[in-house]
Design a binder for this molecule. Sequence first.
Ligand code: 5GP
Length: 114
Amino acid sequence: MAGTLFDKIIAREIPADIVFEDEHVLAFRDIHPQAPVHVLFIPKQPVATLNDLVPGDEAVVGRLAMAAAAFAKREGFAQDGYRVVMNCNRDGGQTVFHIHLHLLAGRAMQWPPG
Ligand code: 5GP
């Protein structure tokens, strides 16, 4: 798989406002925030879309959710609430083909989403 810009962020080849990192996960602020808080949680292991996950990858996605929830608690908005979104392919609005979990917070979200 050709590298995406998220691989370049992992490799520090392009800058990002990184808010969390561990062995498996990197989280950084979205360059075009859609809410007062908009952070992308990505696995260091590149997987293009949710469709490309295979049995054994459960932790790849689980770690993103766990890291997002920990960030919400750390930043103090867990109780007020937040939204997490994973877009898949064209109709889902995916533009970067390295799976990522959007964490949006700091305002009341609308439903249904656009
Ligand atoms: P998608 O549309 O694939 O679900 O989300 C990709 C996200 O990556 C978008 O919200 C977009 O604003 C964000 N993004 C695109 N390029 C960059 C970049 O160079 N740096 C950062 N921090 N975010 C980016």
